[in-house]
Design a protein around this ligand. Structure first.
Ligand SMILES: Nc1ncnc2c1ncn2[C@@H]1O[C@H](COP(=O)(O)OP(=O)(O)O)[C@@H](O)[C@H]1O
Ligand SMILES: [Mg+2]
Length: 259
């Protein structure tokens, strides 16, 4: 009889998509028999296990979908090395509230100072908070948009990039955009404007965006939308990569090489 009930419970757990508990049913029952919890505590532990398992699965899937190029977290970020970074703002951004408000984040700074690190870390925090995130380099994004345009499905592609709660575009300004690309980027920014957040990292100050986009008017239109309701991090200081090389004795101690 109890075997029938056991089978029915398993079946119903699966039907209710409580797969984790279904898999661990025997262990859960064994543990309950040993520790004899109250009914409420038993139910609490049971549901807690399922919720935790679902959360872990969702986060793992979200990290995959985001296509982060590497694992970088805020815990790994040495704020002491980079005092120009507003730690309080970074921690606030990590709560994901800016995503709920469809606000943008712009991270400015020279190479090696941790812009991509911060972008990935904030992206991971957003995934953990339940947002859908996509990380893409500016170059890859523009290649994809130009390809979509030439194949006649730009609208679909813009919709695709519009779907994510947070779109991270890394390294705007590294390579100058062609005029056509600048216009494609403008369309993307417009599509997401006030609907979804973008996080953009760049090595160029806003005053140089005209030359990055090859067109002052388009650059101004892009900046207008990106900067309206945005948070800005300006990372100054030394390249972390160079610091590590210096530590390893590969470079002299001074002066700081300009990168
Ligand atoms: N303040 C920091 N604390 C810890 N690691 C850092 C820090 N800044 C940079 N790094 C590391 O140095 C390397 C270069 O940083 P990255 O984020 O790629 O720089 P950027 O995108 O600004 O060129 C990465 O491996 C990154 O994790
Ligand atoms: Mg980078």
């Amino acid at each position: 009889m109890s075997a029938i009930v056991h089978a029915r419970v398993t079946e119903n757990l699966v039907r209710l998509r409580l797969g984790h508990v279904a898999e661990r049913l025997d262990a859960v029952l064994g543990e309950a028999a040993r520790s004899e919890p109250t009914y409420l505590d038993f139910l609490d532990a049971l549901l807690g296990q399922e919720v935790t398992s679902k959360r872990h699965k969702r986060i793992a899937m979200g990290m995959k979908i985001a296509h982060f190029p590497s694992v970088r977290t805020l815990d790994q970020f040495d704020f002491k090395f980079q005092p120009s970074v507003d730690q309080k703002l970074v921690r606030e951004l990590a709560t994901g509230r800016f995503i709920a408000q469809a606000e943008n984040v712009l991270i400015f700074g020279p190479p090696g100072v941790g812009r991509t690190h911060l972008a990935i870390a904030l992206g991971r925090a957003a995934v953990e908070e339940g947002s859908t995130v996509l990380f893409i380099s500016a170059t890859a994004l523009l290649v994809a948009l130009a390809k979509a345009e030439s194949e006649g499905n730009l609208a679909d592609k813009l919709t695709y990039y519009g779907r994510y709660k947070l779109l991270i575009v890394d390294e705007v300004g590294y390579l100058p955009f062609e005029r056509r690309s600048a216009h494609l980027f403008f369309q993307l920014v417009s599509k997401r404007y006030e609907r979804g957040s973008m996080l953009v990292t760049t090595n160029q100050p806003v005053t140089k965006w005209g030359s990055v986009f090859g067109d002052e008017v388009v650059a101004a239109a892009i900046l207008d939308r990106l900067l309206h309701r945005s948070h800005t991090l300006v990372v100054k200081g030394e390249s972390y990569r160079l610091k590590q090389k210096r530590k390893a004795g590969l470079l002299g101690t001074s002066p700081t090489p300009q990168v």
